[in-house]
Design a binder for this molecule. Structure first.
Ligand SMILES: NC(=O)c1ccc[n+]([C@@H]2O[C@H](COP(=O)([O-])OP(=O)(O)OC[C@H]3O[C@@H](n4cnc5c(N)ncnc54)[C@H](OP(=O)(O)O)[C@@H]3O)[C@@H](O)[C@H]2O)c1
Length: 253
């Protein structure tokens, strides 16, 4: 076990597939009791929970729309009833991420992203921070993206919302530090997950992307999970307000 999270209660949003599923598996592998949140993908969430249990870990699936205030109150209440107060909050969920030219960009396009990367983190943090403050301990880990360092054409809806998520990270780190709560952001590079399968992306796309990384290869969901497990662990107790790029050295900030 790389990091010891024994019995810590972790809530991972959007953990039915993709990076969230890998993060949930890693945290459980480190001993955490993991709440696997899903929206429509009950089967995927059930698979993640069963995998974790088969490996000797503890997990439970919880349906909730993490953009909805009432769902969030219910979700955090259900997790508390099953495992206890949330000690590690991983803000990972995402919806569709359309590319939109500036001329066609609407406020709705922007709001769609802000609902995942500002509204949902704010509501979830508000739901768990009071108990973290009482215990004078807690970990909040945002899943951002390297795109904020790069800027990506026709993607300003997503890129700007990811920038806002980094802003939340830095402000909350300052605000919550006195209570022993750390807030950090993991910024993945492009990590192929299930949803990319239908997007016509070829090995040539991957090779081309990988050739721009210092390490000259694609990353894996497991490698994002490892970074999150590190930030959730005691080994990262003096780290807060940081962006950790997990992208093979593609960006150097
Ligand atoms: N993969 C990459 O290359 C990459 C790169 C940089 C950053 N990221 C970031 O990493 C995070 C995960 O991305 P991903 O690629 O793993 O995404 P993904 O495979 O599309 O998975 C998205 C997850 O979010 C859940 N979700 C969608 N709408 C939801 C809602 N309203 N409430 C709760 N959960 C909801 C989905 O649940 P259901 O299936 O149950 O609907 C699913 O589990 C995102 O923040 C993304 O921006 C990813």
């Amino acid at each position: 076990m790389a990091h010891d999270l024994s019995k810590r209660v972790a809530l991972v949003t959007g953990a039915s597939r993709g990076l969230g599923a890998a993060i949930a598996r890693k945290l459980a592998g480190a001993g955490a009791r993991v709440a696997v949140n899903y929206f429509g993908g009950r089967e995927g969430a059930t698979r993640v929970v069963e995998d974790i249990r088969r490996s000797g870990g503890e997990a439970e699936a919880f349906q909730a729309d993490v953009r909805d205030e009432r769902d969030i109150v219910r979700l955090v209440g259900e997790v508390r009833a099953r495992f206890g107060p949330v000690e590690v909050l991983v803000l990972n969920a995402t919806g569709p991420q359309p590319y939109v030219k500036l001329e066609e960009l609407t406020w709705r396009h922007c709001l769609d992203q802000l609902e995942f990367f500002v509204k949902s983190p704010v509501l979830l943090a508000q739901a768990v921070v009071p108990e973290m403050k009482e215990r004078r301990a807690g970990r909040i880990i945002n899943i951002g993206s390297e795109v904020f360092e790069q800027g990506v054409p026709e993607f300003s809806n997503y890129v700007s919302a990811k920038g806002a998520q980094l802003g939340l990270t830095r402000s909350w780190a300052q605000e919550l530090g006195p209570w022993g709560i750390t807030v950090n952001l993991v910024a993945p590079g492009w990590i192929p997950v299930e949803r990319h399968a239908g997007e016509g992306l070829t090995d040539a796309h991957k090779q081309s992307y990988a050739s721009g990384n210092a390490l000259r290869r694609m990353g894996t969901p497991d490698e994002i999970g490892d970074a999150v497990a590190f930030l959730a662990s005691d080994a990262a107790r003096f780290i807060t307000g940081q962006k950790l790029s997990v992208n093979g050295g593609r960006t150097l900030a």
